[in-house]
Design a protein around this ligand. Sequence first.
Ligand code: G4P
Length: 288
Amino acid sequence: MAIQWFPGHMHLTRKAIQERIKEIDVVIELLDSRLPGSSANPMLAELTAGKPALKVLNKQDLADPERTALWLAHYNAMPGVRALPLDASMTTPAKALVAACHELAPNRGGMAKPMRVLICGIPNVGKSTLINTLKGKRAAKTGDEAGVTKIEQRITIADDFYLYDTPGVLWPRIIVAKSGYNLAASGAIGKNAFDEEEVALELLDYLRQHYPATLEARYKLTGVAGQTDEQLLDAIGRKRGALQSGGRINLNKAAEIVIHDFRSAVLGRITLETPEQFAQWLAEGKQI
Ligand code: G4P
């Protein structure tokens, strides 16, 4: 079973971005550093084609630094694109963002031609948090409900630098099954849209292959690379006391533990896709 994700209508957001984009010099797209490919909405790329783009790899504190470097190099090699890593602990992110935008649109700036920047990102990627930091006060609401940022706003970063929030909600779009699992694991799509056990098994499958030492250390296991995902989930449930009557493992509880440990970075700094893997998924995957 794939993820049952049916986001709200996107046509209002599409129309609003189409309208706004005419007066925009640079588009900032916030991505989740743990899943940069999957957290990008392809509709945005289509709507903003030809505009200079700044990819901000947010939540870098949760991601694998080596893989963040791979993604940055991947984006920075694209014409008209710059990429920056960011996280909420940075109290003054404006300087780097402003500098990158000026590099992307060197003809803008000064009172006659202020820089106009659109900031976009799927819910939960950290847009409100960043906007709050840029504003210097907690005016934009943050929360863990997908889609909290709804009202378009203009933020003045400098006298000649305006930042526009996305008009509407840019829901994630699942284009290959693996992206759906990664979005679910990260918390980007609603809890009711997926089966936690299935997502945890997919997550364990990836971690077993790419981060076996992390799994072994966290759950005090050995030889995880040679186990099936089901065996692993079972073993984790046993170790963590996720039991039900009769001493059987409560697999749903075990799944919740694995997903929680990933999201909170208790497992360590993990990235669920590399540029190469993501390209391969797109190439071989059944597009949804
Ligand atoms: P959104 O507007 O894009 O929907 O996202 P928002 O800023 O509300 O952030 C979603 C969650 O991600 C929040 O956590 C926020 O604190 C967290 N977050 C944002 N940026 C970063 C970052 O760079 N690193 C880390 N580790 N977390 C980040 P929450 O648990 O939903 O809310 P709260 O408990 O922090 O208030």
